[in-house]
Design a protein around this ligand. Sequence first.
Ligand code: IPT
Length: 975
Amino acid sequence: MTTSPDPLIALRPWEAPELTSWNRLPMNAVDRRAGAIPLDGDWRFQLLPAPDAPVGGAWSTAYVPGAWTVQDSGDLPQYTNVTMPFPDIPPHSPAANPTGVYEREVDVPAGWAGRRIVLQAGAAESVLLVHVDGRPVGVSKDSHLSAEFDLTALVRPGARTTVRLTVVKWSDASHIEDQDQWWHGGLTRSVLLYATDPLHLADVTVRARRDGELRVDCQVRDARGTLPAGWYLTGDLDGLPLAQDAEFDRLNAEDERVSTFLGEARLTTTVPEVRPWTAETPHLYALTIRLHRADGTIADTSRHRVGFRDVKIVGRDLLVNGERIYIRGVNRHDFHPSTGRTVSPEDMRADLTLLKRFGFNAIRTAHYPNDPALYDLADELGFYVVDEADIESHDHAHEIADDPRYVNAFVDRVSRMVLRDKNHPSVVIWSLGNESDYGAHHDAAAGWVRHHDPTRPLQYEGAAKLDWAATDDASDIACPMYAPIEECVAHARSGRQTRPLIQCEYSHAMGNSNGTLADFWSAVESTPGLQGGFIWEFWDHGILQRLSDGRPAGRTGPALRGDGVAPPGHRWAYGGDFGERVHDGPFIADGVVLPDRAPKPALYEHREIAAPVRIEGVEQGGVVIGNHQHFRTLDWLKGEWRLDLADGTTLYAPADLPDLRPGRTAAVPLPFELPQEGGEAWLTLRVTVAEAQPWAPSGTELCVPQVRLRGPSPVPVPPVSGAVQVDAEGLLRHPLLTAPPTLTLWRAPTDNDEIGGMADRWRDWGLNALSRKVVSVREEAGRITVEAVYTGGPADVRHRQVLTPVAGGVRIEEEAELPAEFGDVARVGTVFETVAGLDRLEWFGQGPWESYPDRAAGAPVGHHALLVEELFTPYLRPQESGGRHGVRHFTLAGPESGGVRVTLDEPRQVSVTRYRAGDLTAAAHHDELVPRQGCVVHVDAAHRGLGTASCGPDTSPGYLVAPGVHRWSWVLGEG
Ligand code: IPT
């Protein structure tokens, strides 16, 4: 070990959990961005092999804010879930410990003479050491909160100063930042330098109640020590003046300490006819607080946006402004595919805008305080935020939760989060962190929060999971993760429930997933005591990676396409793709959006489940409409009716939405006279934004509730004379097919299938490679019966096709007998392939987006058309994709030419892609797939639900494909 005269290095703070900071200023909620000098941009940079290695190598540059791991530094991102990336046990870190030294000059303005000068580092991963002109300044830990240092005594206004920020990647703190995400190193949020008058606002705490009461508590300090006599505060809220609370001043004056050193003052007002803040109505008021010197001049100013609202738990209900709300939440990491960790306000606005459009009203900042700008946006756009502290000790949870060396870190992280975010109306719940067992440190941190901020509930999954009904732990909410819905319902009905039940994580969105979401929500909405949860998670964290050299593309990489496919020459990297030896593969790709924020189809399912307007049913010629919002009427929405008939007819009519208060229903007249002919009929209400919202221009579609007005009337397809062509094996010959219809029981395993163990079972049964043997081919009056067996598994599967010539094509009646040995398979169905040139699918069934048997509540029945390429979702690890549920008939045709027309005996699962299931199974990344010229078409008699077994419950029994006899029939025509 090299010895260093530098005291910050000599302290070895990276292996000292007791030391959470040195010389760092207390966290506060005063916004200092206005007037500050931003220090973002290129810094001199060198990466040392260890924190105590000498600085003195060659300098390169690194961009701030940014992770060096995506900037060609030689150190690359690594993804692990639970497992720590190094074997050292807490509080130790490995000897090989990449350490980034950032340096730059700053010209301190001459005008700052006599002012207090502060450096703010937005985030450093994981230990920050600060030097100015070679002199030690301070230390900070917590990779996801800012650190401030007073530089007044160290810098000279008018002179040039060298700032050095040393960031040590691995430390005792890494053990409590084990958050199932990419490990990076660097200064990942902005750095700035600001100046204040020595007399300044040290903190401002805003409490704004739904009844219009506003209370602002201010802490005033003077950097010179003693406060000058006669200072006072003024403030106003949208022009309404606040008054300094005289009684509060009188009590303070009695305490000499307070009046001399620790200035405290309270400003109050009552807003008449206040417009309350909710996620649906995020009304904000502008508050300005001014600190005056005795002569009236202004020493300091702080600006805030204020939302008036109450959050309360009453019994087992979480209430916002007295209403029991549903939490339609998502877990969100700070992520961007190019920068890894650094997110711009524009990107965050895009995240939140998308979430609003898809019906989300809540965010859990998993598993650390997100970028500060996120909370401003959540206030403005309207989200309920569970603000989570930067604590996850997953790999060593049990050891750390009671290791006294870590107690400071727990309380420090939780308290600093609360101090930073306490003024945001969007923050409705504090969270003590994630997956860190339950120990004394949690109670210590909970005690701090409950004392400091009694206005919000607190949650911690690790505490509440021991007994959902407990009343004396570190959680005011039972917030389990991935609990089966039946368990939640049983608890709510048990009579033992003591607190709200809101799942902190549910419906794991890895790959093609989120099965049974609608069932989850129908249970929530019909069970008092259940209030929703947070889907895991928002992002698929694929990092944009150059194929040429395997490096991250970085912030200067190519523009993203926005359709889920990586730009040419690139792919989305997941665990292992940077050569990591320890990693957790694609488990990092488990979001509802692909890495470029392209929505996965599951989002449409969520959108419909969360719809503000629903069709409750049809009664006596009227359609019953319901308002499912908590706080708004329907006047900001508009509707349009659409009627789809099986024969291809589509009719439209304008819809007048009724004037409905939240929770109410009303019947409106049926907009159409139902035509006598045309078969099955579906009425859809397309609801769009009438009045532009900050998150959606007018015209944005929000939901498409629908109701069936008439069931199918089967049209008989009589046989005709003629002949069906089969080969010696009994396989259909057809000019438009390059592969004849055969039986298949295999789908390219989804992540749920793989991790849930189903795929291995299917492989053991040989379902991916069954071979067909013809048993007999018989012809009788033009009708051909083909008996075959599919072998290779523990038992043979018998399959029969009866091929009959019918007007315009051939009817194929199929029967497959699945032996009892094959309990629970992926699908039973037909697969065939078409000639090239059939590029467009038109269908009558559910759509337009992808849907599966247990994820089909958000895809309305109607006439849909898409290009074959558009049908496919590019899940990061290729897998079953592109399915459409409830298809009645479809045509696959070229731009001019006719093509294949298929009519099904009943609504079936269908997919049309450029890939065989085997192609998808064999590929590890999307870019490895070579699209076929023709189409691979699946028509399924039965298709297994998706479930969420990659982390959580599998699909429900009703969505499984059971053994026994399956029958289906379809007509293959040309059209
Ligand atoms: C749960 C974690 O809290 C979350 O961070 C993520 O890892 C998720 O799983 C899976 O993607 S913990 C799990 C052991 C239930």
